[in-house]
Design a protein around this ligand. Structure first.
Ligand code: NDP
Length: 487
């Protein structure tokens, strides 16, 4: 009898203990996630222009999947494509873990999802949301091109940005040998020596991609093992021109016009050595792009947007987040797509719960945001030879040369921006472009080491060059300042 009593007491303790843990867990979650209510009052819409029932910021897997589900629910959905349209999948090569697709190019998957969302009416806007005001409803969004919009619900799918090392020389040689995009820059390193920093899946992906161009690739892993998936490590083992140095970190980047060497430290042996090298590819993870939301939403200690358990709901009613900006753990394309779908369904339910229906949509339809059709743009002349370059530089106008390559996603993104700016500056500036994979002689002559690059000339002399990915407004401001012209 005593034994039975003891067992019952023990079981009661265990039960009470686990109940306490359960309660703690959910109390903690609700503490992290104190959702703020908004005043959803349709009267607030009166007099407002550029209204968007579902606004999606970002166009990677998460944003486009959200757009697909939002638009397919017959709710007007607008996607702000952002500074890297298509997101990180456009900078990867083949994707083998997208369910239902054995192997496909990342850019193809993105293109198909975008077309699928557009086929249901999603609007794609080539602009970046620069600031938000989520302190009142509807939520105000201001874009780089200066458009003010009012979102009835918001899906944040802004992804993340590659981390950098923060060592001396890294910034100085950025774009001159230091890069985070193998798919963009690998062809420049044909028969050369490069290092890839990192031991995750991205680092292996970059190293294996580089292996068909570079002569010798050294992976620098800071710990004594890699965290990449076993299947990826097996792929690495089959590639002959890649070697791995463990317990190794870069302490300094050196060079002249471009990178020529790095200082590396073996952290176990405390040995420092100089390694002659032509290129450094960083693949050391990403930081969530959540800065503009910080003031309004709960973020975790690493800056990821906090979500209510098992939903994509952020800490403010009507605001949802999806993909890498809210995912500290998985960071997979498929997971981001699933997040985007959940976020869109959440936004649709939110709008319906607050009485948004076809009738109201019709009432405000004339005030919905509509993208202005741009153009027609002037045609930008292509130059291929040094003779053509010299001829152009004799022009009495200022000259801008856009160096691009068809395999470079950022270049493809810049071309329409360059066309738009060239059109607005046509009386004062002569724009030309050069496809460096078709005719590399000009880029070699002008020491252009990667793409995209924009070179600016006045009186036949180079006065500036930039590798920045810019919006139309940013490029207009940049060139107006440098060339001292007003439009
Ligand atoms: P990870 O966070 O997985 O890996 C980052 C790597 O960089 C780690 O090896 C880390 O070292 C190292 N690192 C971080 N900071 C530094 C530093 N300051 N100096 C040196 N090394 C540093 O990022 P990934 O971008 O590789 O992957 C992100 C996610 O995307 C993962 O979930 C991955 O599985 C996924 N992915 C999947 C792909 C695929 O399936 N084909 C392709 C690419 C990515 P340490 O381990 O010591 O922290």
């Amino acid at each position: 009898m005593k034994i039975i009593k003891a067992i019952i007491i023990l079981l009661s303790f265990l039960l009470a203990g686990s109940m306490l843990m359960y309660v703690r867990k959910y109390c903690n979650n609700s503490n992290i996630f104190q959702q703020k209510k908004i005043e959803f009052n349709l009267q607030n819409l009166s007099g407002k222009k550029n209204i968007i029932p579902i606004a999606v910021i970002g166009s990677g897997c998460a944003g486009l999947s959200a757009a697909l589900y939002g638009a397919r629910s017959s709710i007007y959905t607008v996607v702000f494509l952002g500074s890297q349209p298509g997101g990180q999948l456009t900078t990867t090569s083949y994707v083998e873990n997208w369910p239902g697709t054995v192997k496909s190019l990342g850019s193809q998957l993105i293109d198909q999802t975008k077309k699928q969302a557009e086929s249901f009416g999603a609007q794609m806007v080539k602009d970046t949301v620069e600031t938000v005001d989520l302190s009142s409803w509807p939520f105000k969004l201001v874009t780089q091109d200066g458009i003010e919009c009012y979102a009835l619900s918001l899906i944040i799918a802004t992804g993340s940005t590659p981390k950098i090392l923060g060592v001396p020389g890294e910034k100085e040689f950025w774009g001159k040998g230091v890069t985070t995009c193998a798919i963009c820059d690998a062809p420049y390193y044909k028969d050369r020596k490069v290092v890839v920093v990192g031991g995750g899946d991205s680092a292996i992906e970059e190293a294996t991609l580089l292996s068909s161009f570079a002569k010798e690739i050294t992976m620098l892993v800071r710990g004594d093992s890699m965290r990449a998936a076993p299947s990826m490590q097996a792929r690495l083992a089959q590639t002959k021109n890649i070697k791995v140095l463990y317990n190794t970190k870069i302490t300094k980047v050196s060079g002249n016009k471009e990178v020529t060497s790095i200082e590396i430290e073996n952290t176990k042996k405390k040995q420092i050595e100089n390694l002659p090298i032509d290129g450094i590819f960083l693949a050391i993870g990403h930081e969530p792009n959540s800065k503009i939301f910080k003031q309004f939403l709960a973020l975790d200690s690493h800056g990821y947007i906090s979500l209510a358990p098992r939903t994509q709901q952020a800490s403010l009613e009507g605001v949802f987040a999806a993909g890498d900006v809210s995912d500290p753990e998985f960071k997979q394309a498929g997971v981001a797509a699933g997040d985007g779908i959940k976020a869109a369904l959440g936004a649709v339910n939110f709008l319906k719960e607050h009485g948004f229906n076809d009738e109201i949509a019709k009432k405000y339809e004339k005030n919905f945001f509509e993208q202005k059709t741009e153009g027609p743009f002037i045609e930008i002349k292509t130059i291929k030879t040094i003779a053509q370059l010299n001829q152009i530089l004799k022009s009495n106008k200022k000259v801008v040369i856009d160096f691009y390559a068809p395999w470079c996603p950022s270049c493809m993104q810049m071309l329409p921006v360059v066309s738009a700016v060239a059109t607005s500056m046509k009386d004062k500036v002569l724009f030309v472009k050069n496809n460096i994979s078709d005719s590399p002689v000009i880029s070699k002559h002008l020491n252009v080491a990667s793409v995209p690059w924009l070179l600016v000339f006045s009186n036949g002399k180079e006065i500036a060059r930039t590798k920045d990915i810019m919006s139309k407004r940013q490029m207009t401001n940049y060139l107006s300042q440098i060339l001292k012209i007003s439009l």
